[in-house]
Design a binder for this molecule. Sequence first.
Ligand SMILES: [Zn+2]
Length: 482
Amino acid sequence: MFRPILAALLAATALNACAAATPEQQIVNDAASALGGRERVLAVKTLVLEGGGTNGNLLQDMTPDASGQAFLVSGYRRAIDIAGGRARTEQTRTPNFAYFQGMAPQRQLSGIDGDVGYNVAANGAATRVPNTTARDRRAELLHHPLTIVRAALDPAARLTHARTAGGERVVDVTIADGSTCTLAIDATTRLPTRVVSMTDNANLGDVAVETSFADYQDVAGLKLPARLTMKTDKYTTATLQLTQQRVNADTGDLAAPAAAASAAPIAGPPTPVVTIEEVAKGIWLLAGQSHNSAVVEFDDHLTLIEAPQSEARTMAVIAEARKLRPGKPLTQLVSTHFHSDHTGGLRAAVAEGLTVITHEGNAGYYADAAKRPHTLAPDALARNPKSLKIETVGEERQIADRTMSVELYHIAGNPHADTLLMAYFPKQRVLVEADAFSPGSATQPYAANLLENITKRQLKVERVVPLHGRVTPFTEVVRAVP
Ligand SMILES: [Zn+2]
């Protein structure tokens, strides 16, 4: 006697489900069907992907637009525990360019386990990564057709803004923890084509991180992509061709190593420590951590060389620079090159009203960087917008008044970057440079070219003030060149 009631209930439920299929749900349902059906998709517990490809050299390439420097990736293995929200990636990467750490292959191991992101070094030591990196890795868990469609099928997920664009149908997905991403499927095959999530990048501001899927293959009754391409903004950060894909295979232990799991969360960059050393009258080295700056005193103003790392670091450096000569305004920033670690404080310097002086090859990128939206993590310039004041240098430029003279030169042909400037003080015989020579570095792949540029211009350098490391006699540069 219960049967008719049960049947009626089931029929009503089915009818409701049909009637309630919004355009948003239809996109997710279509994707699930194309991948092998809702039940098969929901039955997947783990995924193990293996293969190889390339990694890009994001904002560390020869030019701001990137010249194609890459790391070749081999031995790639990514194991994902879908329900557990855990993943671990191992790979070996080998640079196809003159890398500052040398050309030897590097084994890398990184992972995410809930809120804990971690890296494991070659010697086995595990460290916790900053919360922002962990957040990006959690978002990346959804950057696969199976994980995003499963998440979107969850009744707790909120699906919004169904639309058609080009040959794609697109829907925004907000999952239970509040994070949002966008799923695009092919309008014809209904297979997922892309997942996009937004994140904050200190240099680029609000950026889209996109993984696109191609080369779908049959795996255990499912269709899975064998080719994945990842981009941050317009930059390709990874390409992967998978040679093996296993569903519900043993992933091994994906728990965060104890050293990382028990470490305190890292909420922001380290507290800035700024030390001051007078290199010569009117020239100071501001050091204290991994990236240095220099301050130069002119008759009526101060000039800062380099705004590195982060807003916090650069603001601390600017504050110390202003204390050196309280009567003189700090008005200029010389930026040696565009690499992300040397320009993390560029926007802070613009917010502080400094005029930026840099190689002409950096100008377009800096103009863009100063204008980009930073709504996800508003910085000083986002809170107080100012337009960029910029002066560019081609091969050389002198900045001089009656008390100080500095010559800026392009370090031409350097394999580290096409847009590197060095600053030479002829009277003091001091050279300030970034990355072309870093004392204490195990390899010095850029020093020969630096020496060539110094010789070509007949500079009488006695001491080098590096933007990584300590003040060094020039003989150290000569010694570093075989
Ligand atoms: Zn660099």
